[in-house]
Design a protein. Structure first.
Lengths: 485, 210
């Protein structure tokens, strides 16, 4: 039942956005709607953990723990974005950057974008999953090019073209998977529940070829190097709340798709092949993002490259593949979504006050925006994996798993990459937060909704460590719940 | 007979590779879609599924009539010069297209298709996908990138219908609608690029670096 609420509310809100004229009223309604979605997704996760998979509409909608987990991640970020949007859009209207009617279009697109992302983990049919992922690209392209400046139109064009081509290869892979299944089982189906069940008898060669196509296709959308070229442009040009959604959860929905196909591949063709591919792309993403983070001059591009880094870490986690690493990677998905949204909110507020992206000219944030400044400082430590925060826990889980599985070189590379990025982040953010205040800048008021959004996201950023003491299960249990094998 | 239609598809694809102007490109795309419609119709008659007739009708309306018409309209409205801006000249493009076709043959053989009709169909399908991708990277106008994407999608369609005997009807419809929406949205963006930059040369879009 919960899933109907989760899919229905964004659609209803999208329609309401166009009908309700008063921004204030709709902003509140939007937040209330996403709070309901958040509650429903928590209940859904609970239901799948306690009483098994949920099926609806004759198996058209089919959820296991993994799907429910991704829905939870999406709804956490979506709720915080709904909160943050209230203040941000009001500020943009006051500044004259957006008209009232354009703000309504923004809310409608935002809701459609969220809805298409919720569909991805909910459906059983791999063809519909493909359609949903393509829909996320098409809807969010408008949100990337929303300000209609030269840069944003260029970014939106690159985004839509590169991701559409990538995703066509994913469709090719999907068809090959369906073909391999129809060869072995004698019946046609595109449902992952059926294909995963019959995976052991499928032709390994076809599966291997098909997975390459899928990985290139959805890997483009996930921002794995070397298919990541659209990502820094799109993330830096999108409206700030949408940057958070793109980076926090859009990339993760593509990872979800890769995992679904990966589970079929592992059953049909063994783990080694999957592991090698994921590790290769993961390490490559980490290495490339290290280089670009060091020399970066643009605040939002810096955060975008950090997303590539974290997607790389997640890929490495799944590539290592021991229960500890899988649990670490899964938790990292949630942690990164929360922290990165927080950082993009911070960057959005900073950019809208300073009116520029370049990190060389932004100084003294902490005295202009004290609350945002402190949150960004904490977020910066959290993002680079500093001890008390959740990302430290999930990263250390992956590193320990890499050591215990004997891949010392991999663990070394991971540590080296993380320390380079830590240094670069502290350097960049230290200057921005504490430097001398530029002339003419004074302390600004910060909207209440943004403060609530920061505090809400800060809970999962801190909570993982303490929560681990209360859950009486170990990581093996988490990994087994998420991937039933 | 069906081999002949497949030949038509690949010939239309080569015509696109050597096209130098926008109208020629759109016309060849229409030929390709028309042959795709014919081959789906042939399959529908042979197997007698009602679903396949609907799919064929969908192709006729969307890809043969609507999409080329919309593209003509956009091309006329933005009113820029009609040259496609070839980064690779047409002779070399044709050679590359032939090489890609040969690669597709090797590819279909690795998947286990050796002799029968399906081997030809799968080869043509792969070739259309790869040549579509090649068109996207070797032409400068934003317009051609949209066409390249549509060519790739045609290839995928052919691939899907001959590899596993067609996808479920619902999925087929969903994918077709998706194509329709993506063409409309890309058309809008071509407009916007033209309005903001006063040209649609993609290789001149280079403000975002690093």
């Amino acid at each position: 039942m919960g899933i109907v609420v989760i899919l229905g509310i964004p659609v209803a809100l999208a329609a309401a956005a166009l009908l309700i004229k008063r921004q204030r009223v709709f902003g509140m309604l939007n937040c209330a709607g996403y709070l309901a979605v958040l509650c429903a997704s928590i209940l859904l996760l609970r239901q799948t953990v306690l009483s098994g998979n949920v099926a609806l509409l004759g198996n058209f909608i089919y959820l296991d723990v993994l799907s429910a987990f991704f829905i939870l991640v999406i709804s956490v970020v979506a709720f915080s974005v709904a909160l943050y949007s209230v203040g941000y859009i009001r500020h943009d209207i006051a500044e004259g950057k957006l008209s009232e009617s354009k703000a309504r279009v923004y809310y409608a697109l935002f809701n459609l974008f969220c809805c298409s992302m919720f569909v991805v983990p909910a459906v059983n049919n791999l063809g519909i999953l493909w359609v949903a992922i393509e829909m996320t690209t098409l809807v969010s392209a408008f949100l990337v090019g929303f300000y209609n400046s030269k840069e944003s139109v260029e970014a939106a064009w690159k985004y839509i073209i590169i991701c559409s081509v990538g995703i066509i290869f994913a469709l090719l892979g999907t068809i090959l998977f369906a073909y391999a299944f129809s060869l072995s089982a004698g019946v046609k189906s595109l449902n992952w529940s059926a294909i995963t069940a019959g995976a052991a008898r499928m032709d390994a060669t076809i599966l291997k070829v098909a997975f390459i196509f899928v990985l290139v296709g959805y890997g483009t959308k996930a921002g794995l190097a070397p298919m990541h070229t659209w990502l820094p442009d799109a993330h830096s040009q999108a409206i700030a709340p949408i940057s958070a959604l793109l980076s926090g959860v859009l990339l993760k929905t593509a990872i979800y798709a890769i995992l679904r196909f990966g589970m079929i591949l592992i059953k049909g063709a063994g783990f080694a092949y999957f592991s090698h591919l994921m590790l290769l792309l993961g390490v490559l993403s980490l290495a490339i993002s290290c280089g670009f983070v060091l020399v970066q001059k643009d605040l939002k591009r810096l955060l975008a490259y950090s997303s590539i880094e974290h997607v790389g870490i997640i890929a490495i986690g799944f590539g290592v593949g021991s229960p500890l690493a899988i649990a670490g990677a899964a938790l990292h998905i949630l942690n990164h979504a929360a922290v990165k949204s927080m950082m993009f909110f911070g960057a959005g507020s900073i950019v809208s006050v300073y009116k520029r992206h370049s990190m060389n000219t932004i100084r003294g944030v902490i005295s202009v925006l004290p609350f945002t400044g402190i949150m960004v400082l904490l977020g910066c430590f959290a993002l680079t994996g500093f001890p008390p925060f959740s990302l430290f826990v999930s990263e250390i889980m992956i590193i320990i798993a890499a050591f215990t599985s004997g891949s010392y070189l991999l663990a070394g590379a991971l540590l080296a990459g993380l320390s380079i990025i830590f240094g670069a982040f502290i350097f960049h953010f230290g200057k921005m937060l504490f430097g001398n205040l530029p002339k003419g800048m004074a302390r600004r008021a910060e909207p209440l909704s943004a403060k609530i959004a920061f505090l809400f996201l800060f809970v999962p950023v801190c909570a993982l460590g303490p929560v681990m003491f209360f859950i009486k299960k170990d990581v093996v249990w988490i990994a087994r719940m998420l991937f039933q094998h | 007979m069906r081999e002949l239609i497949l030949f038509g598809i690949i010939a239309a694809t080569y015509l696109m590779v050597i096209a130098k102007r926008v109208p020629a490109l759109i016309r060849s795309f229409r030929y390709q879609s028309f042959f795709l419609f014919l081959i789906t119709l042939a399959a529908a008659i042979e197997e007698g599924h009602a679903d396949l007739y609907w799919v064929a009708l969908l192709i006729l309306i969307l890809k043969v009539l609507f999409v080329p018409y919309a593209m003509y309209r956009i091309a006329r409205r933005i009113n820029v010069d009609e040259n496609l801006g070839l980064l690779v000249n047409s002779q070399l493009s044709l050679l590359i297209a032939l090489a890609l076709t040969y690669c597709s043959r090797i590819f279909s053989r690795t998947l286990g298709f050796h002799q029968d009709f399906r081997a030809v169909a799968i080869t043509v399908a792969f070739a259309v996908v790869f040549i579509g991708a090649f068109l996207m990277v070797s032409r400068m106008k934003a317009f051609t990138q949209v066409t390249g994407l549509l060519v790739m999608e045609n290839g995928i369609f052919l691939f899907g219908s001959f590899l596993s005997g067609g996808m479920p009807f619902l999925v087929e419809i969903a994918i077709s609608l998706d194509v329709l929406i993506s063409v409309i949205i890309m058309g809008l963006f071509v407009y916007r690029i033209n309005k903001v930059f006063t040209h649609i040369d993609v290789n001149k879009l280079s403000r975002l670096r690093g």
